[in-house]
Design a protein around this ligand. Sequence first.
Ligand code: ZN
Length: 142
Amino acid sequence: MTQPSSLSLKDNDNALIKAAIAAMASAYAPYSGFSVGAAIRDEHGQIHTGVNVENAAYPQGSCAEAGAIAAMIMAGGRQITAISVAGKGDLLCTPCGGCRQRIREFAALKTPIFIADENGFRQAFTLDTLLPHSFGPDHLEK
Ligand SMILES: [Zn+2]
């Protein structure tokens, strides 16, 4: 998939990507060694970061996106206007299936998701391309 022109990077997108890359260094990943950083920009323009936090009881670990969402909620943010996820490797470090749904709770379908590695930006997606035909809060509105 190529990067749509509507997703050309802006200065604040670059800041978001840099925040995700910087967060990678704080990950707790003693088992996989796969550090992931996530950064969210909320509706107030604030950036919230998170990292993956592994656990000896493997299923109890949590993803970087989940940590960033929790930080956003704690700070009073309720809308994801952009998100970046950073992880090493040749393959793109896109959000896992569960995190795509977590993002969906707080993001519009066209919200940009910027994927990066330790060296910088790799590729942009929108939420609806990563989670098509999704179920979200609008399904439950009265
Ligand atoms: Zn995840």
